[in-house]
Design a protein around this ligand. Structure first.
Ligand SMILES: Nc1ncnc2c1ncn2[C@@H]1O[C@H](COP(=O)(O)OP(=O)(O)OP(=O)(O)O)[C@@H](O)[C@H]1O
Length: 250
């Protein structure tokens, strides 16, 4: 069966800086892929390119072997959820409207609200949170609300952009476990970008390491610790490397 998402020969430069250098990557149906890589290695550019928010210089993104354009992209976007870095909630909307944002055009408000409360419950937030505003929530609660929004429309694929940024280790572990349990129970496909190795170990089925605009290493998370790749080993161990190992290609 063809992959849900395939990136083929993706190249992207900003001025003289090459960020993607002929990158190939696949996401299988039902798989949780975590993309790791140093700061500035191009993880966000890759995510944006998959969503069609960044035009590639060359190469392409395919959805089930069809170019991610027109109707194919529209259908993909309809079946897609995203947890943004820092949750990115709308400050002027109560939590339930944030969670139900994509549902409100599709169903009566009362039904959307009920669904939002159900999704909030799934991420461990009680109904009393529904009418609060984002500023009244802690960072961990905002992240949970962002997660409730990501799953609200029962997506077939979810992108997680740095899901644990800004959280203490205990709250980060809780969010990672929540994400993993949601993936397990729903069978949804997922791409996560992160530098947090605890996220990798909890969320990933498969790991891809981005370096110099290409996938330097990829494999099942269970094989990551035995991998011979020296950069991956340093990345996992959090070891400093000489500046010569510049993660910024070009
Ligand atoms: N619109 C843009 N214009 C110019 N340069 C850009 C643009 N978007 C990204 N870049 C550059 O591309 C490189 C990769 O950026 P990207 O945000 O994808 O990195 P990242 O791996 O997500 O980093 P981090 O982990 O720090 O978030 C960086 O050097 C960045 O400055």
């Amino acid at each position: 069966m063809s992959a849900l998402i395939s990136v083929r020969g993706a190249r992207k430069s900003f001025g003289s800086k090459q960020v993607l250098a002929g990158l190939d990557l696949d996401l299988a149906e039902g798989e949780s892929l975590v993309v790791i890589g140093g700061s500035g290695s191009g993880k966000s550019v890759l995510l944006r390119a998959i969503l069609g928010l960044e035009t590639l210089d060359s190469g392409q993104v395919l959805c089930r072997a069809k170019p991610m354009q027109g109707r194919v992209r529209d259908d993909f976007m309809d079946s897609f959820g995203m947890l943004f870095q820092n949750a990115a909630l709308f400050d002027s909307l109560p939590i339930w409207r944030n969670v139900a944002f994509r549902l409100l055009g599709r169903m009566p408000a009362a039904k959307a609200r009920a669904l939002a409360i159900e999704k909030l419950d799934r991420v461990g937030l009680g109904p009393e949170v529904a009418d609060l505003f984002p500023a009244e929530l802690s960072g961990g609660m905002r992240k949970r609300a962002g997660l409730a929004r990501a799953i609200a429309a029962s997506p077939k694929v979810i992108f997680f952009d740095e899901p644990t940024t800004g959280l203490d280790p205990i709250r980060a572990a809780t969010i990672n476990e929540l994400i993993r349990s949601i993936l397990d129970e729903s069978g949804v496909s997922a791409i996560t970008i992160t530098h947090d190795m605890t996220s990798v170990r909890t969320i990933a089925d498969r790991v891809a390491l981005l370096d110099h605009g290409q996938i330097r290493w990829q494999g099942p998370v269970a094989r990551m610790d035995d991998a011979k790749d020296d950069y991956l080993r340093d990345f996992i161990a959090g070891r400093a490397r000489p500046m010569a190992r510049n993660t910024e290609p070009g």
